[in-house]
Design a protein. Sequence first.
Lengths: 242, 293
Amino acid sequence: MNLSLKQAGDVAGTKLVDLSTSSVRELNAALHALAADTNETFWKVAHPNGRHAIAAGLDAAIDIEIDGPVGYYCAGMNKRGRVIVNGNAGVGVGENMMSGFIHVKGDASQSAGATAHGGLLVIDGNASARCGISMKGIDIVVKGSVGHLSAFMGQAGTLTVLGDAGEALGDSLYEAKLFVRGSVAGLGADCIEKEMRDEHKALLASKLEAAGILGEVDIGEFRRYGSARTLYHFHVDNVSSY
Amino acid sequence: MCGIVGLFIKDPKLEPQLGAMLAEMLDVMCDRGPDSAGFAVYGSGSDGTVKLTLRGPAGTDFAAIGAALGHAVTARDTHAVLTVPAADEAATRAAIAGRFPEISVVGAGSRMELYKEVGLPADVARRFKLETMSGTHAIGHTRMATESAVTTDGAHPFSTGPDQCLVHNGSLSNHAGLRRRLEREGLTLTTENDSEVAAAYLTYRMRQGDTLGQALEHSLGDLDGFYTFVVGTESGFGVLRDPIACKPAVMAETDEYVAFGSEYRALAGLPGIENARVWEPEPAKVYFWDRAA
């Protein structure tokens, strides 16, 4: 299902919040007050103007469409929510997301999807440095390129990049799986290119499908990167270093 | 933290609104730096004259000082701009130092005026009537002090050469050694602030014949630490971030202007922003716009 195609404005009973007249605190308080079985499942947010923490801390299976650029930590800690940003996102979009879906239709700044445990983050443009830093299970699909130190210390989940990756990709990586279609400026410590077997192609295909772009790009053009697993186990030869 | 903003006007029709646009940007960045604020505006001027920006204690009678020195003066709160023939600059500086020791010359150039004070940035901008100023480009800063005290001297921008100024978000780690080197090269630094060292470094490089763009390229090798810089010269406006992009930056460009903000919020009120090209400047990449180009 391509969630990004669902337009909140098409649904009767949509709740509209205009941030030129309401505060982010009022918006978030209203969102946090929703009951698990709420009927208020479609929200539109107007005039975000780059404000921080919009729709942070969601814990409801609702759709929110934000009409314009957002600031830091948009939809941070999201659980079950489906958030569309019609613009660019600032630092830490979807940081610590647990589940749900976030679609940024512009670029994302640093640390997109940082530390996130689950859910899907799709970025139509570029993501800058540290995309997926310390990711713990999230799936991130970036249609453009990512900056330096992306997936730094990534523990679980997938990072799929249709464009290029910057310096030190996957530095100190644990078990996150990285797929890059374009060039990689450099691999970080303990990150290596790995064979792209059928199971990995199937995994990548499932992420592209979730992002609604399966068939639009050639899976054969992607390369897989992962951990060489030499850094994160204690090694007796290094005992003098401790 | 700190917030920095910059605006470079491409369409002369917007020049009368430069100050009003920058004031709104500074206002939004109060959250990032409530200690003090400052800005430099490149306004009118002519080749044969120098504008000296003076700073004095509250209540200074700048009109009387201008009259005593025999030069035109425009006062704005604790600051004033004294316009003198270029040939008289040295004599005027000496006269100020001798006769008005409480007055500092904080900026000089054919077009640059520089204002800074302790206080909430929105209040500082209003005290100086920034919204009434016109010009071709301007930079501004809202400060949350880390490396030195909250004083007017420690506020940005820093100016260490004619028509040159710099605002900085970040902190430098090799400023002490670099300061000694620059002082040996004959530069005068007046504070203990790390950002002033960055300004003086760029002044030094440009004295050696670098363009602003080349000076910024050299700073990638010689400055160690965190930084996002926005720099103004008589004709230009430059931006540089450190190689690991510790400090935030967003830029926007339309046919009418180029704008810089620490965050997009600072740009959100600019005319036509919804159709601007908005991007995050890349680390270790020099961005530079020049009026002559």
